[in-house]
Design a protein around this ligand. Structure first.
Ligand code: ADP
Length: 196
C-alpha cells in the first residue's frame, strides 16, 4: 500500500492535484470536503449538522469526520492505497488516522505539503467561487475564517508527521502541470522506499 496525505491551506490546489494523482498512481481519493458536500446534497442528518459549521468557515467536529473516514476505509479494503485530501485537519484526527491505519497493518507513507502565499489563496478561492457553486467560496469573510481555522487548528498536523520525518514541502504556485510534476517526482522517489 502507498498512503499519502495531500496537505495545505484552503485553495492550495489539493482537489485539482488529487484528481491527477489518483489516476496516475491508482489511489483511492478520500476527500472529507467532498464526502461532507455529498452528505449535504443527500440531505442526511450528518449533512445537516455539518452544514452549520461549513457555512461559517469552521471545522466540522472531529467525531463526525473520523466516523466518515472509518466507514470509507472499511468500504475500500481492496484499494492499493489512499490519498487523503482535507484530512486530517486536527491533531485528534491525525492520531485517530494513525490508529485506524495501524489496525489495518499500514501507515502514512508521506505528507506532501503544498506551499502557497495567503494573497494567492484568497485570489484563487474567490475565482473558484464564481463557478464552483460553493457558498463558502463566495464570501471573503468566510474564506478568511477558513484560512484562520487552518492556522489555528490544522497547521499543527504537519508537526505531527514532521516528528516521523514524513513531511515534504512542495511549491504550490505555478502551472497545474508543473506542480503535478513536482508532486509526482516526490512520490516516485518515496514509493521505492516502502515505508509502510
Ligand atoms: P477547502 O480546503 O478549500 O476549505 P474542503 O472541501 O476541504 O475545502 O472543506 C470544506 C469545509 O468542510 C471546511 O471548511 C470544513 O468546514 C469542512 N471539513 C472538510 N474536511 C474537514 C475535516 N477533516 N475536519 C473538519 N472539517 C472539515
Amino acid at each position: 500500500m502507498f498512503n499519502l496525505i495531500l496537505f495545505g491551506p484552503p485553495g492550495s490546489g489539493k482537489g485539482t492535484q488529487s484528481e491527477k494523482l489518483i489516476s496516475k498512481y491508482h489511489l483511492k481519493h478520500l476527500s472529507t470536503g467532498d464526502l461532507l458536500r455529498s452528505e449535504i446534497s443527500n440531505k442526511t442528518q450528518l449533512g445537516l449538522e455539518a452544514k452549520r459549521y461549513m457555512d461559517k468557515g469552521s471545522l466540522v467536529p472531529d467525531a463526525v469526520v473520523i466516523g466518515m473516514i472509518n466507514d470509507a476505509l472499511d468500504n475500500n479494503h481492496d484499494a492499493d492505497g489512499f490519498l487523503f485530501d482535507g484530512f486530517p485537519r486536527t491533531a485528534v484526527q491525525a492520531e485517530e488516522l494513525d490508529r485506524l491505519l495501524s489496525q489495518k497493518k499500514t501507515c502514512i507513507d508521506v505528507m506532501l505539503a503544498l506551499k502557497v502565499s495567503e494573497e494567492e489563496l484568497v485570489k484563487r478561492l474567490i475565482k473558484r467561487g464564481e463557478t464552483s457553486g460553493r457558498s463558502d467560496d463566495t464570501n471573503e469573510q468566510i474564506i478568511r475564517a477558513r484560512i484562520e481555522e487552518y492556522h489555528k487548528k490544522t497547521a499543527t498536523v504537519a508537526d505531527h508527521y514532521q516528528k516521523e520525518n514524513k513531511v515534504v514541502m512542495v511549491k504550490g504556485e505555478g502551472g497545474v502541470d508543473e506542480i503535478f510534476d513536482r508532486l509526482s517526482k516526490e512520490i516516485d522517489r518515496l514509493k521505492k522506499l516502502h515505508n509502510c
